[in-house]
Design a protein around this ligand. Sequence first.
Ligand SMILES: C[S@@+](CC[C@H](N)C(=O)[O-])C[C@H]1O[C@@H](n2cnc3c(N)ncnc32)[C@H](O)[C@@H]1O
Length: 347
Amino acid sequence: MSPAGHSTAMLPVSLLENSSLLICPVCAASLSISEDHPAVECTGCRRTFPVDNGIPLLFWPSNWTDKVDVTELVKSFYEQTPFPNYDDLDSPESLRLKAEQGMFARLLTEQIPFGSRILEGGCGTGQLSNFLGLTWGRSVFATDICLNSLQLGHAFRERFQIENVTFMQMNLFRPIFKPDSFDFVISNGVLHHTSDPFLGFQTLVRCLKPGGYVLIGLYNSYGRLTTDFRRVIFRLTGDRLTVLDPRHRVRGLSDLRRHAWFQDQYKHPHESKHTIDEVLSWFDRVGVEFINSIPKASVSQAFSSGERLFDPNLRGSALDHLLVQTRMLLSGGREGGLFVMIGRKKG
Ligand SMILES: C[S@@+](CC[C@H](N)C(=O)[O-])C[C@H]1O[C@@H](n2cnc3c(N)ncnc32)[C@H](O)[C@@H]1O
């Protein structure tokens, strides 16, 4: 045990190999790490950051004075209910099977090129990062504020020896990576649980190399209305009628996963909702070219099972976006009304 009470197991090799990317979340100077004494030290402000069982604890608060900071509120919510959690018998094979069913993860792993460096901002319990790490020749950095979630992801990684994934505690508003470090930045279902989603987006894009791809999943203002409606029903009935939630009826989910989903969808202390037009305006403001989205931004295009995720698509008109998002609502707001926008950072 270290003086701070953290056990300092070995740091992942993939982290040691990429240590030159790291910066201090407080002063942005380089960080120094050593295999023999697993602790992380800032070469500028000389702060030392502990390592908990192989997870560097590099979280630093945002310290905003101009807005309400929900980070601690959200962090303690997920410390109690890590999301999405694992099923009892989860293994690399079951992650692959689930990815086949969900399509998005399968397309990602098929189409992310060999040798890519990937950042996941807000990885939760790390299913996607661990899944992407199953393919040899990638470096995946899975980051989150919630240590409990990171420990679950890291334990899965250790159990199945997924060597090229590194779990790290990071507040995405206090990045621990140099600008222009990643080929892909993924943040799914995260920014809408923060105080300033656009600022979070800007911060993540800064970590992306020019020409790299950013994938952002957010609650949709239209698609989420079904969930909002169910939330009211649950509140009025004291959480009876949970059978109204489609995920409740899915077979084979562990109790932990079912509970995590219910809490995340209906009991969350902070969430915001967004539209395709809004995220397109974020892209324009920070120099990100629109590439693709789920669902497609133009009604003249359809998402296919063999979709080329990173081939450019039509941006669609405001009318297209209205129709596409209304369709999300009418189809029952699947996945809690989440939509994904994919962009490419201009060179
Ligand atoms: C709904 S979960 C999504 C987890 C995962 N991306 C997925 O799709 O399963 C949201 C996650 O965002 C994390 N999060 C919220 N605010 C964050 C912040 N400021 N920095 C990093 N992670 C954050 C939470 O701790 C939580 O694990």
